[in-house]
Write a new protein. Structure first.
Length: 497
């Protein structure tokens, strides 16, 4: 073989060198092309990954809020059903005490005259004379009636505090979902802002931003930094600790949030930086557009809604059955739930009953005080040894104090808060609620002094705009309803481009 090549030599030298030169030029061209195309492919991959990561993070943020809202809904339904369950024995006790008062057959303190207290009052009121027996009968009967009314008042007060306690809990739970107060917004109001901020943070972090740090020597000259001890550490530490433009941008990114949640230029946030490319300074800009998950269309269902609509009662009952409550507790809650129509009617009557009992106790308190004073002066002083007379007087003062205490308690109660109609029971959403989130990233690289290209000598390298986007759906078996409170919302990418 070597002999063959030797025999066919033409004797001219340098042919291989010229051939290699051509190949080298082609190789360099392909090398430049590969490097730059690879760089663009890397940018495109980073932008695509950034869009996917951003939209998934935004969807996860929305999912967390929706799961929290569903959990609060669970607590709200238990609060409502627990209230209706506790009202059943409370109403039962109230009805029994009212019946016992008018049948005159119950004397809890075994007071004389108790079994016929009302009759004794009516019979002896017109026959009060100096005769001690008639006067004492009237006084004892009045005290027994006062005692019964105080007991009824305590029943009503118990119901009133049950309703007010449930109202405070229901209002707090409901506000955590639907409040539109700018100082204390509910989770539904935070959905757009939270998802948008989260998407932007993840988009820029994953976009491959490699903003170069300022050269140390240039930084020293620019800041007139001095190394006092000559070891080169002091100014170097300051140089390392300095905040880059990107770090400052990320730190204040959430402050650039726009209230508009449409997919438009209003939701465009950009970051750009200068970098060295092929001996020239180029500028790379990353633009992020976001369409956050919208606030849900929600309706607060109240005690009145549940009491008048069997479908809502069934919805709450099914949710309670699926909850972690024991079987016996679920049955008790459902018992109260089915009693809610009657409870709602009785609660409306309780407001009127409070006013009537309050006025009646005021009258009885005044009469008891008068009886106590007169009885004490007329009998206790005249007959100091009459212990029964003193006891009757003390009883009058005691029940007058009880009546006064009841009045003070009712005066402290705001009967407007007793109105059960608007007591929150649960929050329902619309099936058509939009639970999608969209992120789009645009990335452009241009020469600092040119429009869209860099001259490499062999050709002009174009840097087209890179566009990537992704859309996520926040899904869950609850849909946009939030009830029944099944906390399984999650983010699933629908499409990417």
């Amino acid at each position: 073989m070597f002999s063959l090549f030797c025999n066919i030599r033409t004797g001219r030298k340098g042919q291989l060198a010229s051939l290699m030169t051509v190949f080298l030029i082609v190789f360099i061209i392909f090398a430049f092309l590969s490097v730059n195309l690879g760089r663009m492919a890397l940018h495109r991959t980073r932008s695509s990954n950034a869009a996917d990561a951003a939209v998934l993070a935004a969807g996860s943020s929305a999912s967390r809020l929706l799961n929290y809202m569903a959990a609060f809904n669970d607590l709200m339904a238990l609060n409502f059903s627990g209230l209706t369950f506790m009202l059943v024995p409370a109403f039962t006790a109230l009805i029994v005490d009212i019946v016992r008062l008018f049948e005159n057959s119950y004397d809890p303190c075994h007071m004389s005259g108790g079994p016929d207290a009302v009759d004794d009052i009516i019979a002896s009121f017109s026959a009060i004379t100096d005769d001690e027996t008639n006067y004492a009968t009237f006084a004892d009967g009045l005290l027994v009636v006062t005692e019964h009314v105080v007991i009824i008042g305590m029943d009503v007060a118990t119901i009133a505090f049950l309703v007010q306690g449930a109202r405070k809990i229901g209002d707090v739970l409901s506000a955590r979902i639907v409040s539109t107060d700018p100082d204390d917004p509910g989770m539904n109001m935070l959905l757009p802002e939270s998802t948008r901020d989260t998407a932007r943070q993840y988009a820029f972090i994953n976009a491959g931003i490699d903003e170069p740090r300022e050269d140390y020597d240039d930084w020293v000259l620019g800041t007139n930094a001095e190394d006092v001890d000559g070891d080169g550490d002091e100014d170097w530490d300051d140089y390392i600790r300095q905040e880059s433009d990107f770090s400052a941008f990320m730190r204040t990114l959430s402050n650039t949030n726009d209230a508009d949640s449409d997919f438009s230029a209003d939701n465009l946030v950009s970051f750009d930086w200068d970098d060295q490319r092929a001996g020239e300074i180029v500028n790379t800009q990353v633009d992020v557009y976001t369409t956050p998950t919208q606030s849900l269309d929600l309706t607060v269902e109240t005690y009145e809604d549940v009491a008048t609509e069997s479908g809502l009662r069934s919805l709450i009952g099914d949710a309670i059955t699926q909850s972690d409550s024991s079987w016996s507790m679920s049955q008790l809650f459902n018992l109260g739930l089915q009693m809610s129509p009657l409870s709602y009617l009785l609660l409306e009557l309780i407001i009127v009953l409070i006013e009537i009992i309050t006025a009646l106790l005021l009258i009885l308190a005044a009469v008891a005080v008068i009886i106590g004073v007169v009885y004490t002066i007329k009998y206790a002083i005249s007959y100091g040894s009459d212990v029964a007379s003193l006891q009757t007087a003390l009883k009058a003062y005691t029940y007058a104090g009880a009546a006064g205490g009841w009045y003070a308690g009712m005066a402290a109660l705001d009967t407007n808060e007793m109105d059960p109609g608007d007591l929150p029971a649960l929050v329902l959403g619309d099936e058509d609620n939009d639970l999608t989130n969209q992120v789009e990233i645009h990335r452009t690289t241009t020469p600092e002094d040119g429009p869209d290209s860099i001259d490499y000598g062999f050709w002009t390298m174009q840097y087209p705009q890179i566009r990537s986007g992704s859309e996520v759906l926040v899904s869950g078996s609850g849909g946009g309803l939030l009830f029944p409170p099944i906390t399984d919302y999650g983010a699933v990418i629908q499409q990417a481009w």
